[in-house]
Design a protein around this ligand. Sequence first.
Ligand SMILES: [Zn+2]
Length: 512
Amino acid sequence: MAAPPGDNQRPRVGLLYDERMCAHTTPDGEIHPECPERIRSIWKKLESEGIPQRCIILDAKMAEDKHIAYVHSAKHIKLIKSISSKEFDSRRQRIASKFNSIYLNKGSSEAAYLAAGSVIEVSEKVAKGDINSGIAIVRPPGHHAEPDEAMGFCLFNNVAIAANFLLNEKPELGIKKILIVDWDVHHGNGTQKMFYDDPRVLFFSVHRFDYGSFYPSGDDGAYFMIGEGPGAGYNINIPWEHGQCGDSDYVAAWDHILIPVAKAYNPDIILVSAGFDAAIDDPLGGCCVTPYGYSLLLEKLMPFAQGKIVMALEGGYNLNSIANSVLSCAKILLHEEVVGSSRSPAFESTWDIIKAVRHELKGYWPALNIKLPQSLLASRGRPRPPEVTYSSSESEVEMDKGINTAENVEDGKFAEDLILPLSKLDLDEDCNGIIASSKLQIEGHSSQCESCHDPQTLIPSDIIASSFTWRSSLSKIEVWYASYGSNMWKPRFLCYIEGGKVSVNFCTANNY
Ligand SMILES: [Zn+2]
C-alpha cells in the first residue's frame, strides 16, 4: 500500500462513540458477554493509537420514532421507549425473560435510541459526502431484532433503521441501492426479514450455521433463503457448517460471491453490520478471523460506492479481539497500512458452500455462473474439524449426584480456583485445541493420532475431577448458557472462562 496520505489527502472518517450507551447493562450486575466494556475497550484502543485525532468525531443522536417505525411495529417501539421508566421497575425483568436472550435495565431505552440514532447519523453524513466513511461504536447491537421482537442482545435493528432512513427519508441524497454486509458470526435474521422482498437493499450475511443449530437457529440463515418477490436474489447467506473458519474462508466468500455480486449491483453506499464475534478468541463464535483478516475484508469493499462505507458495531465478546479488529478497520478507512498475513487454506466445506451459493444465485447474478477455476477446486482445502459432543448420560449423572454444586462454591474462590489451573493447560494443536477427556467424545478423530497426547497427561487429574464443579457452576451463572446452550461446546466454554487461550490454540494453523 502507498505511504499514508498527509492531512490534506487523508480521507474524512467519522467516528462516533458515546458513554451513555454503557448505561444499558444487566439489572443486577450479572456477568454478561454483551457488556458496556465492549465499546469502552474499543474506544480506549482507538485513543491509544491516536485514531480519534485522525478522524472526524461525531455526536450521538437519539433516533426518532418515525424513523424506527420503518422497520419496527408501534407496539415494539412503545415497549422499548417505556421499558426504562419507573412504572416498569417491578416488571422489567419479567418482560425481558419473555424474549430470547435479552436483558433490560433503566439505561436500556436511552441506549437503544442512541444506538439506532447514531447509526443514522453516521450514515447520513456519509451519504451526504460530509465524510467519506464512518464507524458507529454502538450498543446494544441490532441485527437480530425483528419487526416486533427484541432478541439476541438486540433491541432496535440499528442498521436496518439507518438503511430505511436513507431510502425513505432522504431521497435527495441519491441513495437508491444499499449493500448491507453482515459479517457478525451470527445470522442477521432481523435484517433479512426487513428487506426480504426489497431489491433496494442487497443483504449479504456470512455466519456460522452448523446445519441450522447455531444461534439464532432454524432455516433463516440457509443458503437457499435468497429473497422473494422483487427481492429475489437480493438476499445472500453464506452459512458455515462448523466453527474455526478464518481469514481464508472469509476471503474466499468475498472473492467468489460478494465481490462479483457487488460489482454487478453497484451500490450507492455500504452498511457493514460489523460484529466481531467471528474474531479469533471470541468466546461465542468459535471462529478465527484475525484483525488483519477483517482489514482485508473491508479493503475489498473500498472500491465500491466511492468508498462510502458505514460500519456499525454488532456483536463481538472478546474485548481485546474486538478492539484490535476495529482498530484494523479504522486504519483501512483512513488508508493506513495494516500488517499481517493469512496463510492457511480455506476449509473444504467452504468451497462446498461457495459452490452451493453460486449455483442457487447464478440465475440472478451472471457473474456467479462462471465456473470456479479448477486450480482452486483441485486442492479441496482443509478437512472439517472434528465435532465434539458431551455425553448426556454423564451430565445427567453429575447432576443427579448433586455433588460439587454451585451452592458449595463461593463465586470468587470458584473462579480463581478454576481459571488459574486451566490457564496453564497445554492444549494439543493437532487435536484442534480440544481437550480429550472421559467426559468428551470426539467424533471422526482417530485415537491412533500420533500427535494426540494421552488425555490423562493433558489434564491434571484434579481438574478432571473438578470438571463436574465448573460445569454445573458455570451453568448456574445466569449468563447466556441457557440460550446458547446448543452452541456451547467445551472448548468454547473453556475459552470463555480462560480468557481466550483455548481458541488461540484452535487457530494456530492460521499462522496469523
Ligand atoms: Zn453475533
